[in-house]
Design a protein around this ligand. Structure first.
Ligand SMILES: Cc1ncc(COP(=O)(O)O)c(C=O)c1O
Length: 494
């Protein structure tokens, strides 16, 4: 008697309902693969169409059509009255395949560098995929002037000058670097020449370039804890000793770092709006940090990822604006102020480093598009960028207010939010005893995309919290969603 394929088959077939590939095609492909790689042996009986349809939660007609198809292709045969079977006599050994020992994952079986192996554990992949409400760092994409931006993109590609369709300029578009220099002067109090600006495909590429140009294996990097995950993982990947520095109410705790950590080569900080806690670094701390960096001959990364959005008063100028000694590498991104898919950012580097950065940008892959650079330069020159930021600042303040109100109404017993006067997210403390990772997963199942504070932490934090992004959620939906958050959190064990 043929063995029924049920268990093995059902565990190996996954249907992705969000995929653009139709379900019948996904199922066909899975069955072909299982037959070719020997997971389904010759003569083995396939589950009945009813059973498979039920287990996968798809229609029986779909399964029947798929079985008909793989029978027509010769992968299976139908025996009247007894069911569908994997075809006999298929020489599956003849098919090239990746041999994976059952007990090992594919990555473990292939020879890759130690560097690449160290990357397997990174939590920085959370930003990929579908966006659900409250994911931190997502702008109001529904309010982005997409048509207008399309016009700028189209002009950038149809201009007479065809140079713009090639690799562009060594440090990135000069026109864009001039616009960024002007913006940094007006908005961040920085006096920089376009020569010191290197265009990147986002802050992340800037971190990679910084680590590549400035770090030796084993160097110490002081890194805010909790802090930005993807930047931290880059430093670790480059072989640095990433030393956690806690945050106090003035920002990165400099005294603690001096007392407890080895001398740093590099210091990573988000002074305008600490990621994720939201603290603004005090002026005193800024000056002390700059002094210390100069004495220690250390470089500082100032990640100014969302400083455009401050809801009360004027922002403190950038740390880089106080930096008379050129120790600060200032990173900016358009992922928050425009949208992440444009992959555009920049790093302002000390004069002495500008050429090394341009060389590294060239050899490590010039990841930004010259066409997008040109479009952005014009968008800024015409005042569109400042106009968009102004609108978003107002909108995000309104969304923050609605979220705070909704949390007070629907979640007073389960979440205690920190007030925030800036940015795109807030931190909300969970009740004692509730694990933030568990809360995050339970909410994700309910379609709510908060992040657990623990994801940002190198060392365990005293309290558990959720990081809730408000910028990307329509005000009209916030109350209903927050009510749902409360319902889910009340079901969790303490
Ligand atoms: C703290 C911080 N820095 C920088 C970035 C921007 O990354 P990128 O410019 O590569 O999109 C993010 C985005 O998630 C962030 O949260």
């Amino acid at each position: 008697m043929s063995k029924l394929a049920g268990g093995a088959l059902l565990h190996s077939v996954t249907i992705d309902r969000d995929s653009d590939v139709p379900i019948y095609r996904q199922l066909e492909a899975s069955l072909r693969r299982l037959i070719l790689d020997g997971s389904l042996a010759a003569g083995q009986k396939l589950p009945s169409t009813r059973e498979l349809a039920q287990d996968l939660g798809i229609s029986r007609i779909t399964v029947t059509n798929v079985y008909d198809q793989i029978i027509a292709e010769g992968y299976a045969t139908a025996r009247t009255g007894s069911g569908t079977f994997v075809a006999d006599g298929l020489d599956t050994e003849a098919f090239p395949r990746i041999r994976t020992p059952k007990h090992q994952s594919r990555t473990a079986d292939v020879e890759i560098s130690d560097r690449a192996r160290a990357l397997t554990g990174t939590k920085a992949a959370a930003r990929y995929g579908k966006i659900d409400p409250f994911r931190p760092g997502v702008p109001a994409l529904d309010h982005f002037p997409a048509k207008l931006w399309g016009k700028y993109l189209s002009e950038a590609i149809t201009q007479e000058d065809r140079h713009g369709m090639s690799y562009g300029e060594f440090k990135g578009s000069l026109a864009l670097r001039h616009e960024i220099a002007r913006h940094l002067r007006d908005a961040r109090g920085m006096k920089v020449e376009a020569d010191r600006i290197i265009i990147t495909s986002g802050a992340q590429q800037a971190f990679v370039l910084i680590a590549f140009v400035l770090l030796e294996r084993g160097d110490t990097v002081w890194y805010e804890d909790p802090g930005h995950v993807a930047g931290r993982d880059v430093m670790q990947f480059m072989g640095a000793n990433v030393a956690p520095v806690p945050i106090d109410d003035e920002g990165l705790d400099l005294d603690h770092a001096i007392r407890t950590q080895p001398r740093p080569s590099l210091i990573f900080t988000t002074p305008s709006h600490q990621q994720p806690l939201g603290t603004t670094m005090s002026l005193g701390r800024r000056l002390a940090l700059l002094n210390h960096a100069q004495d220690a001959s250390a470089w500082i990364i100032e990640d100014d990822y969302d400083s455009e959005f401050r809801f009360r008063g004027r922002p403190l100028p950038a740390l880089a604006a106080l930096d008379g000694a050129e120790r600060v590498l200032y990173t900016g991104t358009f992922s928050k102020s425009m949208f992440a898919a444009m992959r555009l950012g920049y790093v302002v580097v000390p004069t002495a480093l500008a050429d090394s950065f341009a060389q590294a940008r060239n050899l490590l892959g010039q990841n930004s598009s010259t066409v997008v650079e040109e479009a952005m330069a014009r968008f800024m020159k015409d005042g569109r960028f400042v106009e968009h930021i102004r609108k978003m600042r107002k909108l995000y303040r309104a969304r923050r207010d609605v979220l705070m109100q909704a949390l007070a109404t629907h979640c007073p017993d389960v979440l205690t939010p920190e007030t925030t006067d800036a940015g795109m997210h807030l931190v909300a403390w969970l009740r004692d005893g509730v694990d933030d990772e568990i809360a995050h997963r339970a909410l994700l199942e309910a379609g709510i995309d908060s992040l657990p504070l623990s994801v940002y932490c190198q060392t365990p934090f005293a309290r558990q919290a959720l990081v809730l992004g408000f910028s990307g959620v329509d005000e009209a939906d916030i109350s209903r969603l927050v009510r749902r958050v409360g319902e889910v959190l009340r079901t969790l064990p303490r």
